[in-house]
Design a protein around this ligand. Structure first.
Ligand code: E4P
Length: 222
């Protein structure tokens, strides 16, 4: 399973890249706003800055909601850098635009997906990635991980090549559950990736090893 980081924060992206496990980045307009990135020129420059930190795919989201607007915006975003993947919302004109981009060889990430039915439309329209938002489903008392299982099963059954990009991940457990479900990618906040490191027995075991090593190094050499 690939790891993408779900942020527009450059220092967090660098930290994840330095860890050596990062395969790409997803952003959205809310994440850009959170970093105070506003105005089209700044936003476009920020996408290029992100592409220069990582070597994998970087999702950049359109804000148009009509077919011609989505196409114009998506073509402009795709021309920024070869790593850019155009993020398109799961709406009627979005599905039409996914089909158009697919025919032009422009890679896409269909976002705001909350049902298996929506994921079938995204795959049939030729999306490169589909982004089911599992955390937001959990937030409304629906089983987000179950949706990942469902989509993976449907895509494998029919041989759809669209990659399942599990999004809206909140915890390390979500990451493990998505791996079990067969997701192709998990896009996560840095905190969830770093939380995968943690286990109290690792800390206790390491402290004991280091204490024993110190005793040994302090004993006289025979
Ligand atoms: C996906 O690409 C989205 O940016 C993201 O995962 C949404 O997550 P949230 O529900 O934590 O906002």
């Amino acid at each position: 399973m690939k790891f993408f980081i779900d942020t527009a924060n450059l220092s967090q992206i660098k930290e994840a890249e330095d860890l050596g496990v990062l395969d790409g980045v997803t952003t959205n307009p809310s994440l850009m706003a959170k970093e105070g990135i506003t105005g089209q020129d700044n936003i476009l420059k920020h996408y290029v800055d992100i592409c220069n930190i990582v070597s994998g795919d970087v999702s950049a989201e359109v804000i148009s909601t009509d077919f011609h607007g989505i196409v114009a915006e998506g073509e402009m975003l795709a021309s920024l850098h070869k790593q850019i993947v155009v993020k398109v919302p799961m709406i009627k004109d979005g599905v039409k635009a996914l089909k158009y981009f697919s025919s032009k060889g422009i890679r896409t990430n269909c976002t705001l997906v909350f049902s298996a039915g929506q994921s079938i439309l995204a795959a049939k329209a030729g999306a490169t990635y589909v982004s089911p938002f599992l955390g937001r489903l959990d937030d409304i008392n629906q089983d987000g991980v179950e949706l990942i299982h469902q989509i993976v099963h449907i895509y494998r059954t029919y041989g759809y090549t669209t990659q399942v990009l599990a999004a809206s991940i909140r915890s390390p457990l979500h990451i493990v559950k998505c791996a079990e479900a067969g997701a192709d990618v998990a896009t996560c906040p840095l905190s969830a990736i770093l939380d995968l490191l943690k286990h109290p027995l690792t800390d206790i075991g390491l402290a004991k090893f280091l204490a024993d090593a110190k005793k040994f190094s302090e004993s006289p050499v025979r």
